[in-house]
Design a protein around this ligand. Structure first.
Ligand code: MG
Length: 162
């Protein structure tokens, strides 16, 4: 049985993952609006992944016979200052999510919920990957790729993501 406290945190996590999906979609829309189609496509893939994260928590709760209580999701920003600012915000959002996942794991340990601990292992690893991927792009942008030919080259590279 999932304890009340963990059940509530897992429902909140569904919301956080959907917030992330919505944030990445809004970033995709910004990239689309400045004709960076490769960046937009990368952001749309990222948004879909976040939706899948939310669905993993949703399925986990149903598999355990726990309650799914869908909370309202946040409105993401419409405008961004620059492509750099987009990735700065993506990184800080991923860092926030990492903290939330770690807190979930801590609670799963305290509540002695072993299935939740196992399920969260995947998310702990996933967050390392997410932060790493966003940091790599941000570092490359900072190295001078945020304008001109370098930015277009990067746009082409990001378009390759499935
Ligand atoms: Mg996620």
């Amino acid at each position: 049985m999932v304890t009340k406290k963990l059940n509530q945190l897992l429902n909140e996590q569904i919301k956080h993952e959907l917030d992330s999906a919505y944030l990445y979609l809004s970033m995709a829309s910004y990239c689309e609006s400045i004709n960076l189609k490769g960046f937009a496509s990368w952001m749309k893939s990222q948004s879909k992944e976040e939706y899948e994260h939310a669905m993993k928590f949703y399925s986990f709760l149903h598999d355990r016979g726990a309650d799914v209580d869908l909370l309202p999701i946040d409105k993401p920003p419409v405008k961004f200052k620059s492509i750099n600012a987009v990735f700065e915000q993506a990184l800080s959002n991923e860092q926030k999510v990492t903290g939330l996942i770690h807190n979930l794991y801590k609670t799963a340990l305290e509540e002695e919920d072993y299935p939740a601990q196992v399920m969260l292992h995947w998310f702990i690893e996933e967050q390392v990957e997410e932060e790493n991927m966003v940091t790599e792009i941000l570092d490359q942008l900072k190295l001078g790729g945020d304008q001109g030919a370098a930015l277009l080259l990067m746009d082409r590279k990001l378009a390759e993501r499935e």
